[in-house]
Ligand binder design. Structure first.
Ligand code: NDP
Length: 279
């Protein structure tokens, strides 16, 4: 039976699933392409409807384009423009290039991948044009710290920012101190990237202990820990069908107060503001 994945709401009113599929490093090794395509298709067959990609991820957008063929309307596609392309004209050209690779006529959420030297006003103007022409439905940012969010909020049309995709997992909790409360206050959903720290989290004894209590795996506990927030979108990347299944089953892992306390001891929450980390 396809999984039932909760949604959260973007400021525009559009619904975004809170669990999706990441695609960084897909398409980099031709020998893995078949497995990656199979993993994405399996994820979609299993009820996952959100895919996160970016123009930066080499050939990943083309693999996504292949995976979503014939089922586009049921899906929520996120892609990103590189900061060096984020001029008024460059953003539009980059978006059109991504649409071609994705073989679709629209991107549901289009993000500025990180902040570069192009003035925010210019990128936002381009995003607004892309919304008007139906090429994107919503726009947002990625790797924006609290000061960047404050700045964008004051920019004309900047309060249209629909999401902030940032590094967030058990070992990267800095955003809980200030950025996450800011996003909540302004109703801008956070998308948590590298939710299992690209695999590096999985050897943690605390995660293993909690996993054992639940008959689950460390990856499932790390994902379930993030999904305790109903307004955070979690996008693990899985390049195999087995990893897709394992990650999806994290939706069934319900952590207890004891589990949270144990994880807090191993991965303490922030006590003061710290600069946003990036991968
Ligand atoms: P993740 O934390 O999602 O980890 C992915 C790695 O973990 C892969 O090597 C994968 O291997 C492995 N893995 C996945 N599931 C399991 C499992 N159940 N057990 C063991 N290993 C597993 O890291 P990412 O950096 O890929 O982050 C997720 C997504 O977030 C990216 O793919 C991308 O879409 C987005 N992102 C955005 C950034 C931004 O700047 N906006 C920066 C970084 C990521 P395998 O491939 O073999 O399954």
């Amino acid at each position: 039976m396809p999984a039932s994945i909760p949604h959260t709401t973007l400021p525009s009113g559009a619904k975004i699933p809170t669990f999706g599929l990441g695609t960084w490093r897909m398409g980099e090794d031709a020998r893995r392409r078949k497995d990656e395509l199979a993993a994405l298709r399996h994820g979609l067959d299993s009820g996952i409807t959100l895919i996160d990609t970016a123009e930066m991820y080499g050939d990943a957008e083309s693999i996504v384009g292949e995976a979503i063929r014939g089922r586009r309307d049921d899906l929520f596609i996120v892609s990103k423009v590189l900061p060096e392309n984020a001029t008024r004209k460059g953003t539009i050209t980059a978006c059109e290039r991504s649409l071609k690779k994705l073989k679709t006529d629209r991107i549901d959420l289009y993000l500025l991948h990180w902040r570069g030297s192009v003035p925010l006003e210019e990128t936002i103007e381009a995003f607004a044009h892309l919304v008007e022409t139906g090429k994107i439905c919503d726009w947002g940012v990625s790797n924006f710290d609290i000061s960047d969010m404050g700045e964008i909020w004051k920019t004309p049309q900047g309060n249209g920012v629909a999401a902030n995709q940032v590094l967030y997992n058990l070992s990267r909790r800095g955003i809980e101190f200030d950025l996450m409360p800011w996003c909540r206050k302004h109703k801008v959903p956070v998308m948590a990237y590298s939710p299992i720290e690209q695999g590096r989290l999985l050897g943690s004894p605390a995660l293993r202990d909690v996993a054992e209590r639940h008959g689950a795996t460390p990856a499932q506990v790390a994902l379930a820990w993030l999904m305790r927030h109903d307004d955070v979108v979690v996008i693990p990347k899985a390049g195999t069908v087995a990893h897709v299944d394992e990650n999806l089953a994290s939706l069934d892992v319900i952590l207890t107060q004891d589990d949270f306390a144990l994880l807090d001891r191993a991965f303490p929450p922030p006590r003061k503001a710290q600069p946003l980390e990036m991968l």
